[in-house]
Ligand binder design. Structure first.
Ligand SMILES: C[S@@+](CC[C@H](N)C(=O)[O-])C[C@H]1O[C@@H](n2cnc3c(N)ncnc32)[C@H](O)[C@@H]1O
Length: 271
């Protein structure tokens, strides 16, 4: 049983520094209780009764650290989250990319911080609908949470998680199975789920479109700028970036241009 004061101010500084250095996720004194409750769950699950002992474990064992970082992430997501972004994809980005990529007919997308897959599957359904048959696309979907990646790969969504999927897409791209819906394998085959920590260089390149929505909101300014600048390096000379609607690059030293469409705002790299 953990004592009520199992997590001192000094422990908070130690843990928040580790989480920040390893992931960019920034715990402030205001959201300390979130870190504390996640930590409490980890200690209980692993039958460890001191934060010091757990700290020694996660700083000496890579898998344990991955597991801990997974536990502090917030994975809230849903299909077609912020519909205006998907309208922008359909009516603005894909027509633009079809002009830009008219010579090779391949569009490369990255869903960075994809959580359990609803975002990349939503993108894949729109692209399947809109792109003519001679066009191909591939999506890499990455996250820091292995649990989320496993769920995304599985492509099964319980009945209470399918809200937001247009009825015709549900009929066309999913099979009804016990307790929920399973995505069709031809859509799933367009997506590669990949473990990637946005603190690190990805090795991805020539991307035409990056979705990184509701991820950098958990980072401080320095970590946000580092991630955004890394995106720049992975993207094609003419390409597009979505961030979450409550996130902004305003005031950040970046070369991305702000674009306002009739559906939503986004950023572009045009060099
Ligand atoms: C709130 S979810 C957003 C999911 C989806 N993009 C959306 O907008 O619905 C944020 C995701 O970012 C991931 N994440 C947070 N920090 C990360 C990092 N440093 N590297 C990779 N993924 C990270 C979390 O694991 C989580 O699944």
């Amino acid at each position: 049983m953990l004592e009520a004061n199992f997590f001192t101010d000094a422990n908070f500084v130690q843990y928040r520094t580790l989480v920040y250095n390893e992931s960019g996720i920034h715990f402030t004194p205001t959201n300390r209780s979130i870190l504390e409750s996640r930590l409490r769950e980890q200690l209980r699950e692993k039958h460890i009764d001191s934060v010091q002992e757990y700290y020694s474990l996660i700083t000496s064992n890579k898998n344990a650290l991955q597991d801990f970082l997974d536990s502090v992430t917030t994975n809230l997501t849903r299909f077609f989250r912020n519909q205006a972004h998907f309208d922008t994809l359909e009516h603005y980005i894909l027509p633009e990319l079809m002009k830009i990529k008219k010579d090779n007919h391949l569009i490369k997308v990255w869903s960075a911080g994809c959580s359990t897959g609803e975002e990349p599957y939503s993108i894949a359904m729109v692209m399947t609908e809109v792109l003519p048959p001679t066009w191909k696309f591939e999506i890499v979907a990455s996250d820091l949470s292995l649990k989320c990646l496993v769920a995304g790969k599985e492509g099964f969504y319980p009945d209470n998680r399918i809200e937001g999927i247009p009825m015709e897409y549900l009929r066309k791209y999913f099979d009804k199975v016990d307790g929920g819906y399973k995505i069709h394998s031809d859509i799933a085959s367009k997506i590669r789920f990949d473990y990637h920590n946005l603190k690190n260089v990805s090795g991805f390149h020539s991307l035409d479109l990056v979705f990184c929505r509701n991820v950098i909101i958990y980072f401080d300014e320095a970590a946000q700028a580092a991630v955004i600048n890394k995106f720049w390096d992975t993207m094609s000379s003419k390409s597009f970036l979505f961030i979450g609607h409550s996130e902004s690059l305003f005031g950040m030293d970046t070369k991305f241009e702000f674009v306002k469409t009739q559906w939503a705002t986004l950023y572009r790299k045009f060099v």
